[in-house]
Design a protein around this ligand. Sequence first.
Ligand SMILES: NC(=O)c1ccc[n+]([C@@H]2O[C@H](COP(=O)([O-])OP(=O)(O)OC[C@H]3O[C@@H](n4cnc5c(N)ncnc54)[C@H](O)[C@@H]3O)[C@@H](O)[C@H]2O)c1
Length: 301
Amino acid sequence: MQDFAGQVAFITGGASGAGLGQAKVFGRAGCKVVIADIRQAAIDKALTELRAEAIEVHGIELDITDRAAYAAAADEVERIHGQAPTLLFNTAGVNNFGPIENTTYGDFDWLIGVNLGGVVNGMMTFVPRMIDSGKPCHVVTVASLGGFTGSALAGPYSAAKAAVVNLMEGYRQGLEKYGIGVSVVCPANIKSNIAEATLTRSAQYGETGYVEGPEAIASLNSIYQHGMEPEVLAAHVMQGIRDNALYIIPYPEVKDMLAGHFAQIVDAIPPLDTDPEGAQKRTEALMEWARGGAKVFTPGA
Ligand SMILES: NC(=O)c1ccc[n+]([C@@H]2O[C@H](COP(=O)([O-])OP(=O)(O)OC[C@H]3O[C@@H](n4cnc5c(N)ncnc54)[C@H](O)[C@@H]3O)[C@@H](O)[C@H]2O)c1
């Protein structure tokens, strides 16, 4: 996708931080923007800000973990714009920090429910509608640099983001034939309000084993206040869509760390000459299956 004028963009988490940055940058480029967020007050504030710039925008209060509400939100978009979104931004996300061994089921359910489940619900809701529309579309999902490495202080968050990166790699391969591009953004640090994410954690998740409250918020804000401006990140995302890039990671400071991490993984693999016959047998079996047996999994292919 090269031209954004007239595109319908659905942005989860669009009332704050990275999502609000996307709403501004893509709205200025002529997109009809829909911001979906769990916080109505933040939506109202964002709508005022966006409309002051003459951006065409609609707000929907939505908890992305609620599948029925998500489907209703998609229907609302189609009622208003007469079509499904051609741009989906799975941007909403939450985090909190504490020792991994103190994690409660509630912490797992909330962090994986929003960060992975919310993305799953976005894809399940909109991908069939995008395919049916027959229009060129693009999906951008915000994961995290944390999705590449495990973390002793943000275990479920990192695990959910790892799954999101992996899932987008799969959708990328599967949706190309429909003219739907897929990108995954892996930010390091964004200037946003995510330090306050625990304020949106509903009582249904019960007790946390992590550290919450004003001191935790202040500690996290000391990092996030130095993060990339959301509009700058959104401009990188726009370029990433234009380039149809799978990974969008506009943070030069992480390159050596990621290279070291993946080198460690590759170093764990023994050289080919340690088992040449076994390697050949296994590779040929896979290639043979790809030529014939795999067809059973792709009806109509
Ligand atoms: N801030 C960072 O440094 C950083 C780094 C890497 C990745 N990220 C990711 O960036 C994305 C955007 O976060 P941000 O940093 O802009 O934070 P933010 O808190 O400013 O914005 C996130 C928005 O998501 C909304 N939200 C939370 N739970 C929701 C739910 N269940 N349903 C709908 N909306 C919900 C919040 O109300 C908020 O408006 C997230 O996926 C986050 O994990 C952030």
